[in-house]
Write a protein of this length. Sequence first.
Length: 559
Amino acid sequence: MTQLTTAQQGDFIRDIIDNDLKTGKHAGRVATRFPPEPNGYIHIGHAKSVCLNFGIAAQYKGTCNLRMDDTDPAGESMEYVESIINDVHWLGFDWKDRLFYASDYFERLFQFAVELIKQGNAYVCSLNSEEVRERRGSFTEPGRESPYRNRSVDENLDMFQRMRAGEFEDGAHTLRAKIDMASPNIVMRDPVLYRIKREPHYRTGAQWVIYPMYDFAHCLSDALEGITHSICTLEFENNRPLYDWIVERLITGSRPQQIEFARLSVSYTVLSKRRLIELVENGHVRGWDDPRMPTVAGMRRRGFTPEAIRRFCSEIGVAKNDNLVDASLLEHCVREDLNEKAPRAMGVLQPLRVVIDNYPEGGTEEFEFANHPQNPGMGSRKVPFSRVLYIERDDFLEDPPKKYHRLGPGREVRLRNAYVIKYESMVKDPKTGMVVELHCTYDPETRSGPPADGRKIPGVIHWVSAEHCIPAEVRLYDRLFSIQDPGKEEDFLKFMNPDSLKIMENCCLESSLKDAAPGSGYQFERMGYFCADKDSSAGKLVFNRVLPLRDTWAKIKNK
């Protein structure tokens, strides 16, 4: 797979790397990694980290590993591992043979912990979690030492081995680092390094009953893999002293350096994994790949492209402070990409039947349509035309205003790439009063040009042949939340957008779409960008709206 990068723009992380290369740190090597925890699907925030880590590795001709930080068996699974692998590949990146798992290092991590005990830098603590919390202190008060802090090295080694052997119940003991209970950084107040947890691991099964904490395993996994620059988000900034404390005591030679950058927040969505899990498990969405979700799988299913996501990540750059990025920027990147590459087609979402009275009964013909008006290389297609058509219901008004340039009494419109038609009469449902059918006439002389008498036809509308069209379900997706920053709300679910999904039945698509493969994207003329969904079958097409042609939310906000 070709290695793809984001724009190689300057930022403070690259400044650090440039300086390291000048001073010869790490012997001129640059090695990064993307280390997700396999307890959920990755989202747009992870995509930013993917692009940053792989992009830096490519720019500096270094390496980037993919590593599953799978040290907490609760909630981890191969489903999530496989989804992460698929999503990172889809985004355009390749780690070659450098796929690693923290669980591969469990034995070595255990031996590292033993070494800390022998150094006198770790001890087995028999306080329960609540007692540990009570003794931790606060930002204004120092913590209190555990009564087990001064156990002998031999006793600690014996108890740690017995913890591994499964002699104790969950929560009975932990292994803690012996650092400083008076440290102004609460993270450094004798943090827990290992805990007893009788939970089968998706890879190692019941082999282990003690598991390393993330802060212990992560930095040592970086070191074992020869990572030079451990790039993470700002919530780990307070943990950096612990990261350095561990590697300084256990690793000789080149050591990884932790660098933090601002995590990505996008308006009108939530990126907290806990909240995404809540959305999925409580049925507020249709799974991790629901097209309203900010997951990579959801965006892919909706019809976003990897190129657009990479461009978005490049546009927002790398910052030191957290900020809320407007979802419109991501949507703009998607529109720009699809505008260039999406073939055009015609789809009528709310069909209104039109009978052309003076067109021959049973007659059909074909019109040539460019697949992309600005890209002749994308070729063309034949679109059938017949006496009975469907147009969009919004393209007809009984009492149109003066500047309405579509169909109405006494009005003419051009059918896209076809004839000019003129309204003659309508048929209404006697029970509802709704217009159900229009009768029109066509001007045969307008097939290949404007009317011979020079009259102006101000409007152009799309259409499909009733005889040849393909029935479809179209799902109109919109933003999942109705407020800009739902992540700040405790009861975030009450701000879910009730219009985030509208299902349109009985839509009619032009016949060229009958074999549209899931994932293939199109611009439905005048209607927006759409993508064939995996729910499509031989008997029924299903399309997702990727985005409307224009940012309708900007109009709403400007009102």
